[in-house]
Design a protein around this ligand. Sequence first.
Ligand code: W6P
Length: 345
Amino acid sequence: MEPHPRSVEYLTTTLDPQLIANFLQSEMPIRYAERIRALEKVPEWRRIPDLVDVHEIHIDSFKSFRSSTPENFAETSHKALLTEQPVVEKLAKSVHQLRNDVGEDISDEFVSKFLDDFLLNRIGCHVLLGHYLACRAGQKNGIIDIRCDTGLVCRAAAKAVAEMCVECTGSRPHVSVHAHSACGGKGVDDGQVPRFPYMPHVLKYIVGELLKNSCRATIDILKAHDVHAADFPIKVIICADEDHVTICVADQAGGIPREANAWSYLYTTAKDGYGGSRKLAGHGVGLPLSRLYARYLGGSLDLVSLPGYGTHAYINLPRVQSQQVEVVPDADYTYDYASLLDFTV
Ligand code: W6P
């Protein structure tokens, strides 16, 4: 039983909630089984209470999707999304517990691969369920904005993060947003800020997470050296051609230390002293999760550290609906699906 990846083209042309529900009713159990399988492969997962919780939450969702009917599918979807809300935080905590309790038996690579696969699968399920519920609520094009305004989204992210900084640290970093349309000559965009089919809340999340990292690092410099925010500006540069949208978030906060792995689920730049608030600090999964969101529809997220100067983050996203196809984790799908089916009813 393998998952069936969908494209943005499918999402924007299949807007009848009943048709989407028919697809999801068979697709959700396949994808949930895969997530449960991945979790059960973690050595000694039963010794980590947070992983036991996550397992139970997913068994529950799996069961309710298996026993759902066309009449209660919307309610089932809504409930699954709600009960799975605490999962990312529980996983983030369990990484540290795995490190401390299971220790040497489990490699960083294994943990990273598990979380990447698990969370990428989760992103796909939540996007499809969210799309279905949005269509059902009468939202045009569901969860997709076919003319998502990259400039508007980046400015909204910049405003939200800057305000978070003021609230948590008392400092306001200088963040500016610049849009360049590279293909004026070919008539695409007509010199406007690039628009493309995408989920605005996802783009805002990715840009927001990058800005949080840049702002935290920049504020640490401002506080340590008593310099002005205006001398350490953070720039968001948006550009596009016919096939891709690229967004660069650039800071001048000195770069990432050579020994640090910013993509590790164990990595965090957040030191103490952010007003005791986790708002700006998060639980350390913001960067790897943002990269998974970018990859989900065929894009990428890369970091380039310019030592002693700053960090450039590059988001690259396919722009054409037919090329925006779900990426699902590769797995061997030989899992004994039948044992999970026994849970039915
Ligand atoms: C830093 C560390 C970092 C991580 C990710 C994105 C931007 C930045 N800037 O100094």
